[in-house]
Design a protein around this ligand. Structure first.
Ligand SMILES: Nc1ncnc2c1ncn2[C@@H]1O[C@H](COP(=O)(O)OP(=O)(O)O)[C@@H](O)[C@H]1O
Ligand SMILES: [Mg+2]
Length: 329
């Protein structure tokens, strides 16, 4: 018989256009009721323009008919804001003292590690003036938008991504907005993007410890910070600054990552510390947080990032991140 459970199962077969997830997973379903000859389904209209709403209506009618009980479907839409529908377990912000140390790379690798272990993961690219996440994951589709919200774009393995780059007419467009405007975009990425059910939302913060990252930490319910540094940095000073900022904001540092730690040379089977000796342990100590990973300089990793294939990377660091992050959190 067509009961609530059966109907939910049917709704689970309807993929929301633009994301690789179904209506139920995206928390669209508000109510299901079955009367004598009618199945009533109430959905949120968030991010669904009229044509998509019509499409969903006809899909649901068809599925109800296929139930073989001569019932008709009555599908209604209710305006509910994305951030009311979103269920996001953890918001992890990736922070660095300066640009170019691999903050985006670590954001990407952490997301890949969590995804590989079966979690629902999203990445919010909050580095508005230097967005690099879409490129790393090879996504370039324009997100589906309506007046009531924006849908993220799914990567190949199902990581949900939102970045200003996806909304700009061309990837090469330079963003020269001022601080308050940037802050507003980031808030919108939190409030108006329908992320659905996520275990982890990884936030690629703007670089440094100045205003921009501070704004993000104030506006988003971040519950863990990961600090990225390289041996080149004045590690202790940068970490001290980051620790201060985290404390001021009352946010726990859940781990530190040293990037570009060394270069492995197979011919001589040696790890060369080209940017100086590792400061990873020192960094972890001053952050009072575990070292999650030491990432080598790996040209094959850089090449995968440039090709949009970071999800294919199989370096040991992915498992290190997974293991140590899991233990830390
Ligand atoms: N461990 C690494 N091995 C090889 N290339 C790297 C590594 N870390 C970063 N890169 C490359 O360096 C550049 C800067 O990294 P990125 O993550 O974008 O830095 P950030 O976000 O901190 O500015 C990118 O082109 C990236 O592919
Ligand atoms: Mg970056």
């Amino acid at each position: 018989v067509l009961n609530k459970e059966e109907i939910t199962k049917k709704l689970e077969t309807i993929i929301v256009p633009g994301v690789n997830k179904n209506l139920v997973e995206m928390n669209y379903v508000q109510d299901i009721s079955v009367a004598d000859s009618t199945v009533s389904v109430k959905l949120s209209s968030a991010c669904l323009d009229e044509s998509v709403q019509e499409y969903l209506k006809s899909r649901i009618s068809q599925l109800v008919k296929d139930g073989g009980e001569a019932k008709t479907a009555e599908v209604t839409f209710e305006e509910i804001k994305p951030n009311v529908l979103n269920k996001i377990g953890n918001v992890i912000a990736i922070m660095s003292g300066k640009g170019g140390v691999g903050k985006s790379l670590v954001s990407g690798l952490l997301a890949v590690a969590l995804r590989r272990h079966g979690f629902n993961v999203g990445i919010l690219d909050a580095d508005i003036t230097g967005p690099s996440i879409p490129r790393m994951f090879g996504v370039s589709d324009n997100p589906s938008c309506s007046t009531s919200g924006i849908l993220p774009v799914s990567s190949k393995t199902g990581i949900e991504i939102m970045s200003l780059n996806l909304l700009l007419p061309s990837e090469d467009e330079a963003v020269i907005w001022r601080g308050p405007v940037i802050g507003k975009v980031i808030t919108q990425f939190w409030e108006e993007v329908l992320w659905g059910n996520l275990d982890f939302l990884v936030v690629d913060l703007p670089p440094g410890t100045a205003d921009a990252p501070l704004t993000v930490l104030q506006q988003l319910p971040v519950n863990g910070i990961v600090i990225v540094s390289s041996p080149q940095d004045l590690a202790s000073m940068i970490v001290r600054k980051a620790v201060k900022m985290a404390q001021k904001m009352n946010k726990p540092i859940v781990g530190v990552v040293e990037n570009m730690s060394y270069l492995h040379v197979p011919e001589i089977n040696k790890d060369l510390e080209i940017f100086g000796s590792s400061k990873a342990d020192e960094m972890a100590a001053s952050a009072g947080a575990p070292l999650l990973a030491k990432i080598p300089i790996d040209p094959s990793l850089a090449a995968l990032c440039d090709k949009g294939e970071i999800e294919d990377y199989d370096g040991a660091v992915i498992e290190d991140l997974w293991k140590n992050f899991g233990e830390a959190g």
